[in-house]
Design a protein around this ligand. Sequence first.
Ligand code: PMP
Length: 408
Amino acid sequence: ALSRVTRAPADKILGLTEKFNVDRHPNKINLTVGIYKDNRGRVTTFPSVASAQSLLETSLDLNNDLSYLPITGSQDYQNNVLNFLYRESSDGSELLENNRITFVQTLSGTGALAVASKLLATFVSKTVWIPNPSWANHSNVFQWNGFNQIKYYTYYEDGKLSIDKWLKELKESCSSRDPDWPPSIVLHACCHNPTGVDPTLEQWQQILPVIHDLGITPIIDMAYQGMESGNLIQDAYLLRMCLEYEWPNGLFVCQSFAKNMGLYGERVGSLSVVVPPNPLDLKSTIDSQLKKIVRGIYSSPPGYGSRVANLVLSNPKLKQQWFVDVKNMSDRLWNVRIQMHERLNWPNLVDFKTQHGMFYYTGLNPYQVQILQERYGIYLTEDGRMSLSGVNDGNIDYLCDSLRQVVQ
Ligand code: PMP
């Protein structure tokens, strides 16, 4: 009966913005959501994206078709994104030529994770490993889409990556795993959310063989490509490294243009699965199930955002501008990080040099986060994560003064 419906807790991140919006503090600052804002606090449209939009507006050819897209998205989008991910960001041309990569145009990164988990939990895997800490929605997505068991591997402790514990936990737990339902694992491709700390290339070289040898299926969550180094291609290192292995249950790549094209609300992303070479019809079998999953949830993806992304990815001038746009965004975030570092001088609280991307993981405890919110109108997520994009010349002094007060 309807009376069985119990109240779900407010979303840990988006719920805070609802609260922020009605807060009357005169100096309030929202540092919760990962949306890029410029130094004046505005959500801007990247020049590359704005140019693509005006091209679309003026070209009837490009924008006159409001009919449905195919279930797994437009063919142009598929070609452009696969080309970007597997020819430019990595050396997967041979996989493409051998028809080993299935593709779905998804509702951004979250949609990719949802479709991937539905397929995995139905046919492959009942347990998924998620880093602790991780983006709060991961466990929600995996639970809703059929995983019976969510396990957390220790990722970050005492202000740094804890690779030894991470690998020990995987090894211990997987020694008794069910061979019919081998586990999956979520790996953040770069700019780990919320800590901003990623394994180095050398550490990944230690981690990936363990995951591979234990028969765990990797799910790469690539939501921030370009925001670690400022270079889109460079940041795809985890994808490149994973492609050096054959994964018997596939390599799942969940990718988003929300942050690196600023297309948040347009929901533009992709799921690609690199499938083993045999049997030959495996790819088309998986394609058929992916179609069925999408059809049963939202039938087909939205069109407009993917047309914008298509233009940015396929027009050489716009593409070049996009790389500059991403670099500018990443430079500003880095600049904010340095400026805060200089003002706060908190060497013991966090290691500034190893964090990167959109978030600053402050190390503040929930009580301090609460005081910041109640007394100063400054909103961080409960785990002490701060989105640097909300910091600008107009509020950085107030922010750093307030942080100093609560830490005292
Ligand atoms: N994964 C991670 C780690 C994220 O931080 C986000 C966005 N906050 C996403 C996936 C998905 O974002 P979107 O659905 O907007 O692409």
